[in-house]
Design a protein. Structure first.
Ligand code: ZN
Length: 82
């Protein structure tokens, strides 16, 4: 298998966190998937895509138990605009 982005051949199965955005929150969904070690491109197969779709549907509904592992914070001390 060759990477379609960088044509690298170093593709390994890795445990990665796919990010799903729900409002202002980000939910990490851990999945095992082939990842290009050169450029970081992830290759999800059909089963993983379906799993992620299913996870997104479930997360967008109320009542799904999610563990809080961090916070998304915003820096607004000073204005960035000139
Ligand atoms: Zn690549």
């Amino acid at each position: 298998m060759k990477c379609i982005i960088c044509h690298g051949e170093d593709i390994k199965i890795r445990e990665v966190n796919e990010e799903i955005t729900v409002g202002s929150d980000i939910v990490h969904v851990p999945v095992s998937t082939p990842v290009c070690m050169t450029c970081g491109e992830r290759y999800y197969d059909r089963r993983t895509m379906q799993y992620l779709e299913n996870a997104e549907n479930r997360i967008s509904k109320a009542g799904v138990k999610l563990k809080e592992v961090g916070k998304v914070l915003i820096y607004e001390e000073a204005s960035h605009s000139a």
